[in-house]
Design a protein around this ligand. Structure first.
Ligand code: IPD
Length: 260
């Protein structure tokens, strides 16, 4: 965990410097609505160098470099060097570095760092979840009608717009509020911290979810894909909350379109 924290904070400092002069960064498009900048690449290089120096041989799955096989096939780092790139490039200070360690297919440690707010989220399997030094617990609200639920809204490069609108219509009719932060790793960290009661999004990647899933579990919460399976990486979907909110959200997401 110390190695991960050092890597995330060093990458976070690089992101903070680049955030200060975001208008000078080179930006390109990976696909429709999917930006990448020099800042993403620099942060990824820092994380890669720090982690490979500390644990030579571990493999990687990284947002920009993709899969890098290691000699040690039991361990791999799952890294999003800049989650919330679109926010970052628009000067919105809601973005984070996310690093998870997977051992034999299980996430055993996770770190999410938001440098703009200096918030460091950490979790180790069986050891609890923390925001800076404070132990985290998911929110205790029991009903959707009292809940604030976060989501990710698809854009021009992502399909399922029609299905998403049906889900949104159903959820908005049952909850106290809906939020969209624009950084899935932070959405999940906020569920772990009890700020959001729940979260759902489709179209994510393992690097958006891996660290946040562990944080939520270690804070006493539940995560699954939209079919209630533990298949989030392959299905690229996630639903999260405390036990009751997670269950209620899954049920609401599966409903056919509610009448107006
Ligand atoms: C994105 C953010 C965003 C989510 C997108 C992700 P990126 O990650 O997490 O909240 O809605 O689906 O791709 O590309 O900024 O690392």
């Amino acid at each position: 965990l110390n190695v991960m924290v050092q890597a995330a904070m060093k990458a976070g400092r690089s992101l903070s410097r680049d955030f200060g002069e975001v208008q000078n960064l080179q930006v390109s498009l990976k696909g429709p609505g999917n930006f990448v900048s020099q800042a993403d690449h620099k942060a990824e290089e820092i994380v890669f160098n720090e982690l490979s120096r500390a644990r030579p041989g571990y493999g990687f799955l990284m947002e920009e470099r993709g899969t890098i096989e290691g000699e040690d096939d039991q361990h791999r780092w799952i890294v999003d060097p800049l989650d919330g790139t679109t926010n970052f490039l628009h000067g919105i200070p809601i973005f984070a570095v996310s690093i998870a360690l997977e051992r034999q297919g299980q996430i055993v440690a996770g770190v999410i760092y938001n440098p703009a707010m200096d918030e460091l989220y950490t979790a180790e399997r069986g050891g609890g979840a923390f925001l800076n030094d404070r132990r985290l617990r998911v929110a205790a609200r029991m009903k959707l009608e009292d809940a604030v639920i976060a989501t990710g809204v698809p854009h021009l490069g992502i399909g399922h717009h029609g299905n998403y609108l049906i889900e949104l219509r159903n959820v908005m009719g049952e909850v106290a509020g809906i939020r969209r932060l624009g950084a899935a790793a932070l959405d999940l960290a906020y569920v772990a911290a009890g700020r959001f009661d729940g979260f759902w999004e489709e179209g994510l990647h393992a690097w958006d979810m891996a660290a946040g899933m562990l944080l939520i579990r270690e804070a006493g919460g539940f995560t699954s894909d939209r079919n209630s399976e533990q298949n989030m990486f392959a299905s690229r979907s996630i639903v999260a909350g405390n036990e009751l909110i997670h269950r209620a959200l899954l049920k609401t997401l599966k409903k056919p379109l509610a009448p107006r």
